[in-house]
Design a protein around this ligand. Sequence first.
Ligand code: NAD
Length: 502
Amino acid sequence: MATKTVAKKSATAKKAASASTKSTANGHSKNSTQPLPFFKSVAQNFDKAARALNMPRGLAEQIKACNAVYYFNFPVRIKGEIQVIEAWRCEHSHHKLPTKGGIRYSEMVDQDEVMALAALMTYKCAIVHVPFGGAKGGIKINPRDYTEEELERITRRYTAELIHKNFIGPAVDVPAPDYGTGEREMAWIADTYLSFHGTHDINALGCVTGKPIAQGGVRGRREATGRGVMFGLRQAVSDKNDMKRLKLTTGLEGKTVIVQGFGNVGYYAAKFLQEQGAVIVAVIEWDGAVYNPKGIDVEELNTYRNQTKSVRNFPKAKTILNGREVLEYECDILLPAALESQITSENAPRIKAKIIAEGANGPVTADAEEILLKKGILIIPDMYLNAGGVTVSYFEWLKNISHVRFGRMEKRFEESTQRRMLDAVESLVGRSFSAHERKLLIRGAGEEDLVNSGLEDTMINAYEEIKKYAADHPQINDLRTAAFASAIDKVSTTYKQLGLFP
Ligand code: NAD
């Protein structure tokens, strides 16, 4: 296990870790209806699972703690003036290396948030059998306030800081996109890293995932989190007993869905759910929501939003200016895919959805969850449901360190084998396949087919593993606790095998 010297620890770090009554961007005082700080909320869920597992206190504390937090400020010239920008990178657990987790650009980001998100990444990786520890980064900016050139300068400078302190590298810590970032930022990060290490580290391209295809990305990564949300939900609604309890039919066909956040996760999840027959009745964005009980065409709304920069006044739906209230509308599935702490003890009593599918990280606070579970709502937890992103990031990292596109070696060989098989079948039965049938049956798997198939398999198996974990532990009666417990169990096995805990 590697250890890391933290270069500069912020004064707010200790506060964030121990705060119970302080106000933060995401959490407020303990004895009110305001949510707990995010890291504390994650820790509360962890404790609930650790209690169910009867885990030794020292081991539980080691797994729960954040190993290293790098807080720094860096100057960037913006519109002729020097602006000092705050940033973080947190590595939650080094039980496996590299660590892995997104980088978000948001005015709301703070140390509490990156610590909480890094912790969730550790458990998420364990759930989907991705051999990484958890990490997360953040830059406290609103990307809408900067030009593309300014964002590039900020991203490159942030990367240089991470390089200097050994908080990035294909064997060390591998960032990815998150809220407010995408392929463009990942390409800048890769290029900056390569300019420092490209000549002596053959695996340098594996320093970041979520890159454009031409810069070493993998096909299917852009859609992966949303596609994984669809696979996870499809698996959840196929459970006859759960659906009977919720008075719902099995399958996605006809299920009404409200989506909060129409970005990478929300847009792709809505698109794939609609393709499976679900009806998207509302989309909530930061500046308002659109609602149509008969359904909203996801592609039409996306085109409209790209043209007008807002979902407001979409002609085929009603606009609701206070988007937040739409979280409380009737629907089968509520899919928060924007930010954390959206469903709190304040609005939880009014939520009418039967299933809450956590596309975002931490959208339901720990105290809200108690209320929702009492109402019988099925919560599919973030650390499982949005793990499609890290799963396909893992595939991208594997591609980068193996230096070959998935399917490159076997596609044509597979096709020749299939062709010979069809020829043999045709001569045996005395009938020929149509050209269309031949094309379908012969086709070998390309990179995107393999990535999507690996993702589907991962999401199905992980859901069944969580369900089995819950069934084997009668003291656990919700999916989040089962997911946490299953993840903690795996991480603790690694620690025990390392010889740290008897
Ligand atoms: P994104 O920046 O692509 O999209 C976020 C969307 O939410 C934007 O359209 C934004 O306008 C909207 N939004 C912001 N505030 C809102 C509000 N108050 N109400 C409604 N909408 C609001 O970000 P993303 O990558 O889709 O990430 C969304 C969430 O999913 C985050 O919690 C992130 O941590 C999580 N996540 C992302 C990935 C990934 O691969 N991108 C993977 C796992 C988890």
